[in-house]
Design a binder for this molecule. Structure first.
Ligand SMILES: NC(=O)c1ccc[n+]([C@@H]2O[C@H](COP(=O)([O-])OP(=O)(O)OC[C@H]3O[C@@H](n4cnc5c(N)ncnc54)[C@H](O)[C@@H]3O)[C@@H](O)[C@H]2O)c1
Length: 440
């Protein structure tokens, strides 16, 4: 049992805190957002992540989890920094929240034998700078970097049974302490990999950029399939079954979003440039995604000959992916923005993300009505636009769809519906890299 303080109760901090609490460690969570803090203290989730609420409530009851807006416990073994590190305009990373925590750690005067672990995704060199900052302030903490690989929508499973744990350290004491702390999570034999802090920091960017590239690659393939009349769904299976390539994370769609891929690709480009290297594939990945995230808007505009003034569209899915209420860099936003500029309006439904979408994108307030279920969203609309692959959208009532949609038309940004079945029900279908009705 080790005593732990986690700074930041966002997707990463809260999942980390719940996972450590569940393996028997008392965890104090420091959160600065007072609304979020109050919810957590009352055992309520400030965001949606499947299964997390049960652990949250259980460990408030067991006493392993406590929430505060200033640190209270001084004699803790580990401090985890899990605050946000968003992008700045030029693609560099805003580390102000990390430095604010560093200041608080110094002013709270944690003892010198406390381990400080940076979990926020930060450009290579940040952990070393943090160590230097503490030394300047007369503190001799061991400072480590521990990248987080959780996937929103599956975060709890990823935290409790990670495929690998990476520890970036510069001293043996921290390496041993962290390996001991993480051992309960790798009883299944998955590895704990230790390396330098700079390498561990880079691991996170390389992993995310590679995944973003894989998505962008198959999106490029989908776009060329449309022009040649090929079917990307048949193609991706045939290509992915080569074990060197693999079928996972190889699905075409209307681009990637979320709080990580866009900002981490931008940061990789930025810190590579600063070190004198142009990371060309990352630059291209960014460009490909900027095109792809408005591909639904382009197809709609082409179908209606650029005339969507007065047209109304049903929208299924606002979250950047299924399983989360996170709308950061939601691709739905980018397409709706393009279409709203041309006079279109929307009736939208998402099972979890409507409140966040409304709060995050007030510029769309006059164009979007939010509906209480997916069928209500269809009422009085011309066509349906699908942006998120929630299960609830995968097997819809096609009779209701046909009755409600004036133009009997579906634009499926995630290729979750079957064009053959839709056709049999008198519905026309536009997917990504398949059945594009001649629309590019
Ligand atoms: N979300 C993911 O799927 C994911 C996955 C892997 C890594 N990451 C990385 O983890 C980090 C956190 O991401 P997130 O999605 O959890 O962010 P988030 O924005 O959801 O949460 C950050 C939290 O930190 C709080 N905070 C800010 N300053 C604080 C301070 N001084 N003291 C205490 N709390 C403070 C904020 O109020 C917020 O609740 C980022 O660097 C991100 O890139 C995120």
């Amino acid at each position: 049992m080790k005593s732990i303080t986690v700074f930041g109760a966002g997707y990463v901090g809260l999942v980390t805190a719940c996972a450590f609490a569940d393996s028997g460690n008392p965890v104090e969570v420091v959160e600065k957002d007072l609304n979020k803090l109050q919810k957590l203290q009352n055992g309520e989730m400030p965001f949606f992540e499947s299964g997390l609420i049960d652990l949250l409530r259980r460990h408030i009851r067991t006493g392993n989890l406590s929430f505060t807006n200033r640190p209270v416990k001084k004699g803790v073994d580990f401090i985890f920094i899990c605050v946000g590190t968003p992008s700045l305009e030029d693609g560099s990373t805003d580390l102000s929240a990390v430095w604010a925590v560093a200041d608080e750690i110094v002013s709270f005067d944690y003892p010198d034998d406390t381990f400080v672990v940076l979990k926020s995704t930060c450009p290579p060199g940040t952990t070393n700078r943090l160590k230097e900052f503490f030394i300047e302030k007369g503190k001799n903490y061991s400072v480590a970097f521990n990248p987080e690989f959780l996937k929103q929508g599956n975060a709890l499973e990823d935290a409790l049974r990670p495929e690998r744990i990476v520890i970036g350290v510069e001293d043996v004491r921290a390496s041993e302490a962290l390996q001991n702390l993480f051992r309960p999570f790798v009883k299944n034999g998955n590895p704990i990999l230790t390396m330098s802090t700079i390498t561990a920091e880079l691991v996170k960017y390389v992993a995310n950029c590679y995944l973003a590239l894989r998505i962008s690659f198959i999106n490029e393939v989908a776009n060329i399939c449309e022009r040649l009349g090929a079917n990307v769904e048949d193609l991706r299976k045939a290509v992915g079954l080569d074990s060197r390539i693999g079928v996972k994370y190889f699905y075409p769609g209307c681009g990637y979003g979320g709080s990580c891929f866009p900002k981490d690709v931008a940061s990789l480009i930025n810190f590579s440039r600063k070190s004198g290297y142009e990371f060309k594939l990352a630059v291209t990945c960014n460009e490909v995604n900027a095109y792809q995230r408005i591909v639904i808007a382009k197809k709609v505009l082409n179908y209606y000959n650029q005339q969507v003034e007065g047209k109304k569209f049903a929208v299924w899915g606002l979250a950047f992916k299924q399983g989360t209420d996170d709308v950061r860099e939601s691709v739905a936003y980018y397409s709706l923005k393009e279409l709203s500029k041309m006079g279109a309006s929307f009736r939208a439904f998402d099972p979890e993300a409507m409140e966040k979408f409304k709060a995050s994108f007030p510029d769309l307030a006059d164009h979007v009505e939010f509906c209480s279920n997916q069928y209500q969203a269809l009422e009085g609309t011309n066509a349906l636009l699908i942006f998120t692959d929630w299960n609830i959208f995968k097997d819809p009532d096609l009779i209701r769809l046909k009755e409600a949609l004036a133009d009997k038309l579906i634009f499926d940004g995630r290729n979750i519906l079957d064009p053959v079945v839709l056709k049999a029900h008198g519905l026309r279908y536009v997917g990504i890299g398949i059945n594009n009705l001649g629309l590019l």
